[in-house]
Design a protein around this ligand. Structure first.
Ligand code: G3P
Ligand code: CA
Length: 386
């Protein structure tokens, strides 16, 4: 059984030392590019070597390729991302695959497969009726006959050229890619899997946690030093996982609402109640990271939609011993606060460098980005200015 000791965030001095290593080439530092050993207090369990601050490729380089495909992950790795992020759901035969949700009508060509027309149905997922096709109604072999499609064709029309080219990868295939690329490139590529709808999958007898741990074990990525962070918007499955794994755990926090497991159990716990000093102290009992919606860190003015001073969220999470990763930074104006817009076209590229700098100035330890190249470039200029 793992005893999870809360971790102390980097001191300002250690952080600057880490940053100095980051801006130096690997040939100079002798370390993996962008990686440092975090300073740990004597009582803490061993720290893994990790980049500070880290860039997590959100669903792969999803700004450039259909999300959650090996092509999207591979592109992100080629750009230099520190971690790749597969969201995971289950197939009918209990295999974890990389999809943002179990409904696959929006991200695959399933609609064009007449042999699966009768699988279209309506289900209640986390209390919400959803109509479409669902991974849990397909075997892995059946899912492999589908091809991925761009989720946001209006926003990212260039990516539609890749529609029909790539399969849905299994979680095991994503781990294998990260391992192979780490070896090939000589740098550590981490993986941040997120369990999607864990309470729902429990309810249909396709629990996500056991296959998740089995896949990590099979890939030998289940060790304390493994560059793996397990994420969830729910609480109870992370508490279940914490004593069963040595890898890091991240509690995601949305800007409104409540974790569905807490809704189902009627606890009254909300994301707002979790994003408090007391809430972070409770999270630190089972997790290493807090993963807030970026609007919790840099709140937007309700009228101007501009961000100003950071909230207390980063400081409060750090005070509890948690590291902080925000989501999700995207190049397009429409996903940004008004401060960062360039022009008025919501699909045009905004000032992603300024947005990244604002979150790094706010003290986050990592960020999720759809366009890892933009985030990495902005990290470099931020580090160089320090
Ligand atoms: O896991 C971090 C971030 O990806 C959470 O949002 O909805 O993109 O999974 P989502
Ligand atoms: Ca996610």
């Amino acid at each position: 059984m793992t005893s999870r000791t809360t971790r102390t965030p980097l001191s300002a001095r250690a952080r600057i030392a880490a940053l100095a290593l980051l801006v130096a080439p690997a040939s100079v530092t002798g370390t993996l590019a962008g990686s440092v050993a975090t300073a740990a207090p004597a009582h803490a369990k061993p720290q893994i070597t990790e980049p500070v601050p880290a860039v997590v490729a959100h669903r792969g380089a999803s700004g450039y390729r259909p999300e959650h495909t090996l092509a999207a992950y591979e592109l992100a790795i080629g750009m230099g991302a520190d971690y790749i992020e597969p969201d995971v759901v289950s197939t009918k035969d209990g295999v974890l695959v990389a999809r943002h949700e179990n409904e696959i009508g929006g991200t695959t060509d399933v609609e064009a497969h007449p042999e699966f027309a009768d699988r279209r149905t309506t289900k209640i997922i986390d209390g919400v009726p959803i109509t479409g096709w669902f991974t849990e109604d397909f075997t892995l072999a059946e899912l492999k006959t589908l091809r991925a499609e761009e989720r946001l064709p209006q926003v990212r029309p260039d990516n539609t050229r890749y529609n029909g080219q790539f399969q849905i990868p299994t979680f095991a295939e994503v781990l294998a890619l990260a391992k192979a690329k780490s070896k090939e490139l000589g740098r550590t590529i981490g993986v941040q899997p997120e369990t999607k709808h864990p309470t729902y999958f429990d309810s249909i007898g396709l629990s996500l946690e056991e296959p998740l741990l089995a896949d990590l074990r099979a890939a030998k990525m289940d060790k304390k030093k493994s560059p793996v962070v397990i994420q969830s918007f729910e609480v109870s499955n992370l508490k279940e996982l914490a004593p069963k794994t040595d890898v890091q755990i991240s509690q995601l926090l949305d800007a409104s609402g409540a974790p569905y497991d807490q809704v189902a159990a009627g606890t009254g716990v909300t994301y707002a109640s979790m994003a408090t000093p007391t809430g972070f102290a409770e999270i630190a009992e089972y997790a290493d990271w807090a993963g807030p919606n970026k609007n919790l860190v840099l709140p937007r003015d309700p009228v101007t939609k501009a961000v100003g001073e950071p909230s207390e969220v980063v400081d409060d999470a750090h005070a509890a011993g948690l590291k902080v990763v925000v989501w999700t930074l995207r190049d397009e104006n429409q996903f940004m606060a008004s401060n960062f817009w360039i022009g008025t076209d919501p699909n045009a590229k905004g000032d992603i460098e300024a947005e990244v700098h604002a979150f790094l100035d706010a003290g986050v330890d990592a960020l999720f980005a759809d366009h890892p190249d933009s985030a990495l470039a902005a990290r470099s200029t931020w580090l160089a200015a320090r």
